[in-house]
Design a binder for this molecule. Structure first.
Ligand SMILES: [Zn+2]
Length: 1013
């Protein structure tokens, strides 16, 4: 990083680089880090020198607690001195902070371009707990259950009395769900009254069939591009823009013409019934850009000035999913530059890409990001043809493809690439065994042993805990694992540190024996305590030499030792006060501190939480949030109900391709920079994202700031680079490059907007806002942002046109309003204390912060489709899912009493059986249980074609998106309160329990847009 601006006088000074950071521009080996010159290498992991033989262990001098005696080596045999962690100058704590509160403050307005971004530091970068004092000798014991101590530790649960809901400024129109339905037939007013005998409901028309109610055409606007670059390799699509007839869409908000009934024609409201449609116009114009699944800008037209940017009002930024699965039929080419080394700009460190240009008969190349003229190394030289193209272009994927993967040579390592490491921290207390969690988890881990990435280098280890910690010696020479119990929670030490984390292929038999015996050992455990914090510290001490993935299985509220947590969040009176947000953030700094320490040592944490009581996910999830991990939440886990879900999700977590010890940076052209980052990670410097473990299911959002008053270049380039260790042991760099035009016209920015990307940034900003403000405030911010953007858009057109009582919007943003409403109704932001338990809210927040665009949009506006008619069709073939799934508006009006519907949000499937559904269908699908209350019925395959057909459909829906395993719930129309809980409250277009309906939401927006218009 400290080389980026050298000799680049046009750029304003960037924030002072953390010169001691080993990243960004770490010099080649042998050069002091401070001297990072123009030749400095990209970024590196801040890891200590690798010592494969596992030398003795000693406490790190730099991390001792104040006043602590110099620790000395433990007396335990086999334990010695380990090398110290990196000294403070190789990993500066000031440049190392979570993307905390600072980004919230930026939410209302983009940060002023003048100041450098603030880097947050963790409050009190405390010493990691690495004390090693002599303990009473630990004799290895054979494995048997630890002593039981039945105490009533954790009690009480999370109560959520009703509270104020979503405030709305409109009286409810059309209350659609009065609660318990009684009597036959249309059980509540929200259903259309004609559904009994007269055919399917007619209220909704598929919006795709017709244009919105009013569409106006307008004469051509002056061309929006600042200037056109005519270089052959990247011509902006001038023809697409100039001469474009500008359309805007609108919704008429007066009564339906010719109708006596009051109300709006909401059938014409836009809905995402085709799912997420990725933007394609610029992909066509710039075929060498990376695919939008890797990088999606919020608008593909970058404003040329700060004043233009300030009128945009929507977020200006991008969503990046660096390891997204490649589109079908494509793969990311792997490139080895061999002897000539990786070709990068010597000034800004950009990787060679399709947009660089070669000059001087092929001897020089010009960097597309900073314009630097670089020498072409002799080994990389190629003659140019008459048009200036390299003759070898077709053999050089890095010069034709927007996404490539480069094999990194040793300069990109400060230690040999780490092996894949999976370490498990498993709660074995009373509830963990009773619920069946322990059994499912151990069976699943065992079943995955053959498929963990990285054979034969993969390493594995385990710690279990209740009121004490249990370590397991897995040395390959043993036939059975040895268990060691540590009961001193105040001064954690690790017995036999070298044999707790073992090579899986060498110790395979011991590991299997351990996994087989663990559930039996603890099956009668009555211990209800949880020494989670001390166990976490112990895991950290075992792992911090190499890093790896730490999977935590927690079944109760941590009750003993450091990091113990209190029952909180059961007081609804806190809602609506200034203290409300404190419930949603970690209470104890221990969690954030542990997360920071883990990230520093390349440990990524995934948290699996299972309790039926309050477990303070806000605190536990902090561990995943700042280590690039993920939270899996199974409230009230019972293996008979949730076992399959856990099995699938844990299997995916363990077997998906994972990038280890990685860092990510996104570069962009002169005059703009990325200023805020949003997602689950920690920032290592102002623009370097630390990701100890990352995979295809993780996405990150970021916002751009214009640094210069005027951008004079015709285009802006973006380049995402993820440096990581592949499971096979290769160090690699995945590079995605894209270009976007610079424009002078606000209308063009709106035309090129990408709602999916905007919604991804917004939902992350809104969730962050709930960590510093009331839910109400977070929702209001979303609403105000949309109002401002649409008002600005209206003003663009109001001069020339009579807009009357119409809400106008660009085609590209037709779904923005609906998704805004969906964000406000999503689990992290919805309603008040009665609408979601605190743990549920926090878990959903952590999950949504990491979701890729497509998955997020499906969660916000799930699919609802009818299946009974399809089931009755003779063809058994299940071709394309799209032929079966015809998505319906998410409103009770869409449900016909005679139908069978599936609701799918990617996390849950709900099968809704209409009250008048043919009994034959119900019998076929449910067998003997067809008339029972469906809460007691699970869907199983019956011996008939229809049932098999449905099960195939469900299987295919699940396979279509394997990142989570949706559980299948059954409910019959009128079964209350289940029906409301499972389905009706998720029909987000309806007004439900104090929430706003789609119609009211549009009216609210429209009214606010017209104020001060
Ligand atoms: Zn450059």
């Amino acid at each position: 990083m400290n080389t980026e601006n050298q000799g680049f006088s046009n750029l304003p000074a960037r924030p002072p680089p953390s010169s001691s950071s080993p990243f960004a521009s770490a010099p080649p080996p042998g050069v002091p880090p401070q001297s990072g010159g123009p030749e400095a290498v990209g970024f590196r992991p801040p890891v200590r020198p690798f010592t494969p033989s596992g030398p003795p262990m000693a406490p790190p001098v730099g991390v001792m607690r104040p006043g602590q005696q110099p620790p000395f080596v433990s007396q335990i045999p086999g334990q010695g001195i380990r090398p110290p962690p990196p000294s403070s100058n190789s990993f500066p704590s000031p440049a190392y902070g979570p993307p905390g509160g600072g980004s919230f403050q930026r939410f209302p307005t983009p940060p002023p371009p003048s100041g450098p971004p603030q880097t947050q530091t963790l409050a009190g970068h405390l010493s990691p707990p690495m004390s090693f004092r002599p303990q009473q000798p630990m004799a290895p014991v054979t494995m048997r259950p630890p002593p039981q101590s039945m105490t009533s530790g954790v009690s009480g649960g999370f109560a959520s009395p009703p509270g104020p809901g979503f405030q709305q400024s409109m009286p409810p129109v059309n209350p659609s769900y009065p609660g318990v339905g009684g009597g036959p037939q249309p059980s509540y007013p929200g259903y259309p009254t004609n559904q009994g005998l007269q055919g399917p409901p007619k209220a909704f028309q598929p919006p795709s069939q017709g244009p919105p109610s009013t569409v106006s055409s307008y004469p051509t606007q002056p061309g929006g591009f600042a200037q056109q670059n005519l270089h052959p390799s990247y011509a902006p699509p001038t023809s697409n823009v100039q001469g474009l007839v500008e359309d805007f869409n609108s919704l008429s908000l007066s009564n339906i013409p010719g109708s006596l009934e009051p109300g709006l024609d909401h059938t014409s409201f836009p809905r995402p019934l085709d799912g997420d449609v990725e933007p394609s116009s610029f992909a066509e114009a710039y075929p060498m850009n990376c695919h939008s699944r890797y990088l999606r800008l919020t608008t593909s037209a970058i404003p040329n000035s700060q004043s233009l940017a300030s009128r945009w009002h929507l977020p200006l930024g991008a969503v990046v999913c660096p390891l997204a699965e490649a589109p079908e039929g494509e793969e990311v080419p792997l490139i080895d530059f061999g002897a000539c080394g990786i070709i990068r700009c010597r000034r800004c460190r950009t990787y060679v890409n399709p947009y660089v240009t070669f000059t001087d008969s092929g001897r020089k190349w010009r960097c597309n990001i900073c314009s630097m003229l670089n020498d072409v190394p002799g080994e990389y030289f190629s003659h140019l043809d008459a048009t200036g193209r390299r003759m070898d272009m077709d053999q050089r994927p890095e010069l034709t493809k927007g996404s490539v993967e480069i094999i990194a040579p040793t300069e990109y390592m400060v230690r040999p690439p780490m092996p894949p490491i999976y370490f498990f921290l498993i709660d074995v207390s009373f509830s963990a065994t009773k619920s069946g969690m322990l059994e499912v988890a151990t069976q699943t881990i065992k079943s995955c042993l053959d498929n963990l990435p990285g054979y034969p280098r993969t390493q594995i280890g385990f710690i279990t805990y209740d009121s004490t910690l249990h370590f397991y010696n897995m040395k390959s020479s043993l036939s059975q694992p040895q268990m060691m119990v540590v009961s001193d929670l105040d001064d954690i030490f690790v017995p036999l540190p070298d044999d707790l984390l073992v090579n899986l292929s060498e110790s395979r038999n011991v590991v299997e024996a351990f996994l087989d015996s663990l559930p039996l050992m603890f099956q009668d455990n009555g211990n209800v305590e949880s020494a989670f914090g001390p166990a976490l510290k112990a895991a950290y001490m075992v792992m911090n030499q190499l890093g790896g993935k730490l999977l935590i299985f927690q079944n109760s509220l941590p009750s003993l030792g450091v990091g113990r947590l209190k029952l909180r969040g059961d007081d609804p009176r806190v809602y609506g006060t200034d203290k409300e947000y404190t419930l949603r953030v970690a209470e104890d700094t221990f969690y954030k501190q542990m997360a920071a320490d883990c990230t520093k040592f390349q440990i990524g944490i995934n948290v699996y939480a299972f309790s039926d009581k309050y477990t303070d996910i806000a605190s536990l999830g902090t561990l995943a949030k700042y280590t690039g991990g993920q939270v899996y939440y199974y409230p009230g886990f019972q293996s008979s109900i949730h076992g399959e879900k856990l099995r699938h999700e844990l299997t995916r977590d363990l077997t998906r391709e994972t990038a280890w010890e990685s860092v990510m940076r996104i570069r962009c052209g002169k005059g703009i920079r990325f200023s805020t980052y949003h997602g689950n990670f920690m920032l290592r410097s102002t623009d370097l994202i630390a990701l100890p473990a990352v995979d295809c299911d993780k996405a990150y959002a970021m916002q751009l700031t214009l640094e210069e008053t005027l951008l004079t270049t015709p285009t802006v380039y973006f380049q995402v680079a993820l440096l990581y260790t592949a499971s096979c042991g290769e160090r690699r760099i995945r590079v995605h490059t894209a270009v976007a035009p610079v424009v002078t016209d606000l209308g063009e920015m709106y035309r090129q907007a990408d709602t999916g990307s905007i919604v991804s940034v917004y939902s992350r900003l809104a969730i962050e806002k709930t960590l510093s403000s009331k839910l109400d405030d977070a929702r209001n911010v979303i609403q105000q942002k949309i109002v401002k953007a649409l008002r600005e858009y209206r003003n663009l057109h109001a001069v020339q046109h009579r807009l009357g009582s119409r809400l106008i919007y660009p085609e590209s943003l037709k779904l923005l309003s609906l998704y805004g409403l969906a964000i406000c109704k999503s689990t992290p932001l919805q309603g008040g204390p009665a609408d979601a338990s605190l743990d549920e809210r926090c878990a959903a927040g952590f999950t949504m912060m990491a979701l890729p665009v497509k998955k997020l949009l499906k969660l916000l506006y799930p699919s609802l489709f009818r299946v009974d008619e399809w089931l009755l069709k003779p063809s058994a073939d299940l071709g394309d899912l799209k032929d079966v799934i015809r998505r319906l508006p998410l409103a009770a009006e869409s449900l016909d009493s005679r139908g069978l519907y599936i609701y799918d949000d990617g996390f849950r499937l709900v099968l809704w059986f209409g009250r008048m559904l043919s009994p034959d269908i119900a019998k076929n699908l449910l067998g003997a249980d067809f008339a029972a209350e469906l809460s007691r019925v699970t869907l199983e395959e019956q011996e008939n074609g229809m049932s098999k057909k449905l099960m195939r459909l469900i299987k295919k829906v699940r396979e279509n998106d394997p990142s989570y395993h949706p559980m299948c719930f059954l409910v019959r129309q009128g079964e209350q309160p289940r029906e409301g809980f499972l389905l009706l409250r998720h029909l987000i277009e309806d007004q439900m329990g104090g929430s706003t309906s789609y119609v009211d939401w549009i009216l609210q927006l429209h009214r606010q847009i017209q104020q001060n218009a």
